[in-house]
Ligand binder design. Sequence first.
Ligand code: SF4
Ligand code: FES
Length: 386
Amino acid sequence: MKDLPTQPRDLDGNPVTPGLPMAMLAEITHRCPLACPYCSNPVELTRAAQEMPAEDWARIFREAADLGVLQVHISGGEPGARRDLAQIVASARDAGLYVNLITSGIGITRARLEELDQAGVDHVQLSLQGIRPDMADRISGHPGSWDKKMGFAGWVAEIGFPLTINAVVHRQNMERLPDMIALAETLGARRIEVATVQFHGWADLNRKALMPTREQAAFARQVVNDARTRLRGRLVIDYVPADHHAVYPKACMGGWGSTGLNVGPDGTVLPCHAAGSITWMRFENARDRPLSDIWHLSESFNAFRGTEWMPEPCRSCDRKTLDFGGCRCQAMAIAGDARATDPVCSKSPLHAQVVARAESDAATDTTADTAELIYRRMKKTRELQG
Ligand code: SF4
Ligand code: FES
């Protein structure tokens, strides 16, 4: 554990008071029927036996609402893997939270979806891995996934949930982005999240198959810009660009510990979904300490608030309060130092190296059919961890 601040400060040494979180990601299980090669769950998955019971989630939802959280994203893994999902949803609704269910759509029957409607789900977010059966099934590692997802999307529309489509894009499917946006429209979605694969965690194992080319990244940006204009008022498009080909990094999480928090299946509270990759950082557990204390006082949440912690070139950069030095987990993955300037930034001393490696990965000669994918499965995780 490194020496971390419990009081964040700016560059003049003035104390910085953290804002309040608006959203909480509740990863109620890491179990999942899919095996996506870009899975964003932690590399070390929590087993079913370590999952918190619904009663603990109910208390944490009440604490979150007291802290200022307005909406909870109930996610996984696949949240439908929990038999007590409706009970967990009901407790979030009882706490006064807006409930968004993030799901693969697999393993939730129509009857169960109606039960979740009664329990208090306000909104459904459905992941899609492709725009046709072969691609969707191949990327998800789950034969038959496409048919199940399309059936699920039909029930979502019939019951009347507002729908967001979540589409992760990468070299194997980026050219089909216009079709993905069209599919979201056809399914009646009000919003689509187009997120380029983030290459830390599991996705890093699949860089050669998934890293987009510079041309694809430019194409995707143009497609999103055009669609935003064309579909204004009908479909909202959120976009996470391919930052390996960008000039500046993204303002990950809107700044560390500023707007949201993640609670894992065993109660571990993280400032972002990948923070567990910062191996020297100690994270607290919502079963041991009130959420409010963890948000305001913990070393992990205060580690990268304010600007005092920043190294050069961020310290003297006029973008430091715009992108907050980029993504801490990406800095950890590429530079081996979570405090470093995000290496995808053009001002980082590692930038040239990052670009060269991205271009080399993107030049790997594979197609959607031939790309060798390392799928995310719990057993595989254990093998790779030895
Ligand atoms: Fe952002 Fe730091 Fe790069 Fe400036 S130097 S653009 S603050 S990452
Ligand atoms: Fe952790 Fe960006 S994913 S700070």
